[in-house]
Design a protein around this ligand. Sequence first.
Ligand code: ITT
Length: 209
Amino acid sequence: MNIILATRNRHKAREIAELLGREVLTLDDIGFEGKVEETGASFEENARLKAAAAARHLRARRGTPALVVADDSGLEVEALGGAPGVLSARYAGVPSDDAANNAKLLDALRGVPLSRRGARFRCALAVEFAGGPRDGEPRTFEGILRGTLGLRPKGRRGFGYDPLFFPEGHGRTIAEMTASAKNAISHRGAAARALREWLETSASQAAHE
Ligand code: ITT
């Protein structure tokens, strides 16, 4: 069954494709041009909104059955009461701008010592079948990465807040890690591994039915 990644963020798409270890299609491949309003109060709700919109589009096209996978993720900063949270992409305004978001975050944390710069990345991956015997059946898989925010950006890899984020137990930011080192510990990695396990179990169940 085809997997459609319902994201416009090419960094996320690359990470998820690598984590799932298989060929995937994108929103462009299925001709989805719509914009999904992220009105949910949680990562899970927003991920489900994105998956549902792409699944609706696929059903209307009456193509072959597919599994839609959507990601909603972000950064929760302790000293900011969990902000920017679901607003992480839009923290410094729309359109989303990683450098502006990082600058705004450093500004908001000015004067806050390292001991109080704790934060966590969270990721919700929502899946939904479009067509086929299991049409619908929404489900969500989640992952968390805990760490500390540095005093200035470091490293050029990754995206978003990666240059500011020191994962717990690592002396470097995510932007200083290779893609595979990030995937091994990241919030998206944890969610994708849970999704992958579920996919493998569902496939073997279907083979026995
Ligand atoms: P889609 O909705 O099209 O998937 P988006 O980038 O708008 O793309 P989100 O609303 O889920 O997605 O916002 C996620 C933001 O959270 C992202 O833009 C980054 O600022 C931040 N973020 C999430 N995961 C991250 C990661 O692994 N590394 C760094 N920043 C991350």
